[in-house]
Design a binder for this molecule. Structure first.
Ligand code: ZN
Length: 287
């Protein structure tokens, strides 16, 4: 599994830019709804784009938020955590600040509704923001971990976010400590770390077994998550891509939707006739 270091941020190369013109959003939504009705297993794969309407910028987009002032590969790196936890936490504390009060948006809620209605088996996500779970999705595979907890690398102690924040506030140097006094590490995959084996294996099984993989808000550039659509295709399944920017797999997508993620999923929801109960119609803290 040594090739599974997410921090490598290996790029997939410049494939075709997906200039094939698709049907209108409504037509694409109808087509996608039909594929979902026919499929025995539908799985979603989500990336940063689904959390943008919640006010969480995609750090790969230039000049947004925290990541414009620092090089995340330099500070959010496991070697910095080990060598200089104070420096690491001075950055990661701000990352928590930026994530912990964010709320799920309508796109998260629609995926939760699809699962509830038996139209979606699971969500595989690259996001660490916990928003799928907070929107009500139950089968969520967080392949990059999440901010929900932090752990001690020395004794294995594990603490929920609110306790980590309490300990951080109490520490003079801002480094939250375990009961054994070692620094806690967020349970997110840092640059230079391997992906959690169990999560990625489950993601691979789901992708290979899916008749339809909905790729939502992901540029499909970071391996191994970027390889999941190919597992679906290789096993005879289809992929749909709902993302604003081009991806290298556009030419292989049965359905390609390029609009705003909330609007596209809303069109899909209407085409399927699925109701969203909660949260409210609020599309997110910035929308
Ligand atoms: Zn400990």
């Amino acid at each position: 599994m040594s090739d599974r270091a997410v921090g490598d941020h290996q790029r997939a190369g410049d494939g075709p830019s997906g200039t094939v013109s698709g049907p209108t959003t409504e037509g694409a939504a109808q087509r996608l709804a039909e594929l979902i009705r026919q499929a025995k297993s539908v799985v979603a794969l989500t990336g940063a784009g689904i959390s943008v309407p919640s006010g969480i910028p995609d750090f790969r987009s230039p000049q947004t938020g925290l990541w414009s002032q620092v090089d995340p590969m330099e500070v959010a790196h496991i070697s910095v955590f080990r060598r200089d936890p104070e420096r690491f936490w001075s950055f990661y504390g701000r990352r928590f600040d930026a994530l912990e009060d964010k709320r799920p948006n309508r796109a998260h809620a629609i995926l939760a509704a699809l699962e509830r209605e038996g139209r979606l088996d699971a969500v595989i996500t690259q996001n660490i923001d916990r928003l799928h779970g907070r929107a009500g999705s139950r089968q969520v595979i967080e392949v990059h971990g999440s901010i929900a907890s932090s752990s001690c690398l020395r004794c294995g102690g594990r603490f929920p976010l609110d306790e980590v924040r309490r300990r951080q506030a109490l520490a003079a140097n801002g480094v939250p400590l375990c009961d054994c006094e070692a620094p806690l590490k967020p349970d997110v995959v840092l640059f230079g770390e391997l992906l959690p084996v169990a999560a990625i294996e489950r993601a691979e099984q789901l992708a290979a077994a899916a008749d339809l993989l909905l790729c939502i808000g992901s540029s499909l550039e970071v391996y191994p998550v970027a390889g999941l659509p190919e597992l679906t295709l290789a096993a005879g399944g289809r992929i749909a891509i709902i993302t604003q920017g081009p991806t290298r797999l556009d030419h292989l997508a049965a359905v390609r939707m390029r609009g705003d993620v909330v609007e596209e999923l809303e069109a899909l929801r209407l085409a399927l006739g699925v109701e969203v109960w909660a949260p409210s119609r609020n599309t997110g803290s910035l929308a």
